[in-house]
Write a protein that binds this ligand. Structure first.
Ligand code: FE2
Length: 276
């Protein structure tokens, strides 16, 4: 059974929050506002917060539970001793709890009745909802075990020839993954993905990048795990930012899949960014 939680927003650290905010607002159709130490970029279904700090690091990821029974079950599963102080959040979330993973990434969870008075500007772009994010790690097996202990469900994993885990894709609801973990020489933030509805929407978003002279650095392609069609651009810090469509919808009892660590796994249509 999945956690029944979905991503609320990410807060990414950066040496230049203003430049990053300008990028996300222009490419992904958001408007920006200050919230404490962060600049918060908000669009329909998507929020990206930016806090001054090192590049390519997550300040925190915030999940919101979809219903109260799921939230209460999660609270029972996570002992108070495992919790850390909740960081200042870009969007208010009473009763949130926070946990640190083995790499030191902070993950915040909050109940479903999140208070929100955020005004979201409607725009004329197709839907693009913050759906998943990915981390790089030097210890994918330990990270996988940690997230499974929280109730994240393994959808697919990627093994090298020795059988070691090189990447894995974990879900918190019916969509194939809300978190991906990639083995890499250094830990850090890898990418966030905004999910559209259709192929036609992918085209509209691609044309928007072209209009802004933001080159697509990977794709268009189709991931093996998740089967989503995607393209990626890079933000000013070099983080990847993805537009995706058609991500797999999983039944609760779907067995976890195993893939070979090769380019074809990460892009069925061609070249891949292998992270190592
Ligand atoms: Fe992705």
């Amino acid at each position: 059974m999945e956690l029944r939680a979905s991503l609320n927003h990410l807060n990414v650290t950066t040496p230049d929050p203003a430049a990053m905010a300008a990028f996300y607002c222009s490419t992904y159709g958001m408007t920006q506002a200050s919230a404490g130490d962060a600049i918060v970029c908000t669009g329909p279904g998507r929020v990206v917060a930016l806090t001054r700090g090192p590049a390519n690091k997550l300040a925190y990821a915030h999940y919101t539970f979809n219903d109260t029974p799921a939230w209460l079950a999660f609270r029972d599963r996570v002992p108070g001793a495992a919790q850390i102080d909740v960081p200042a959040l870009a969007r208010p979330a009473p009763d949130a709890v926070a946990i640190k993973d083995p790499d030191g990434n902070v993950i915040v969870f909050s109940p479903p009745d999140i208070a929100s008075d955020v005004e979201v500007r409607a725009d004329d772009m197709p839907q693009a909802i913050l759906q998943h994010f990915a981390l790089r790690t030097t210890q994918p097996q330990a990270m996988l075990a940690f997230y499974q202990s929280l109730g994240f469900v393994l959808s697919d994993e990627v093994h090298d020839p020795t059988g070691a885990v090189r990447a894995c894709f974990l879900r918190t609801e019916h969509l194939h993954h809300s978190l991906a973990l990639f083995g890499a020489p250094a830990a850090g933030f890898d990418h966030q993905s905004f999910e559209t509805d259709t192929w036609a929407d992918m085209r509209v978003w691609g044309d928007r990048m072209a209009e802004l002279r933001v080159p697509i650095v990977w794709g268009i392609g189709r991931h093996g795990p998740g089967n989503d069609v995607f393209f990626m651009v890079r933000d000013p810090d070099g983080n990847l930012a993805e537009i995706s469509a058609e991500i797999e919808v999983c039944e609760s009892e779907r067995p976890a899949g195993v893939w070979v660590h090769e380019e074809r796994t990460l892009n069925l249509w061609g070249k891949a960014i292998m992270r190592d």
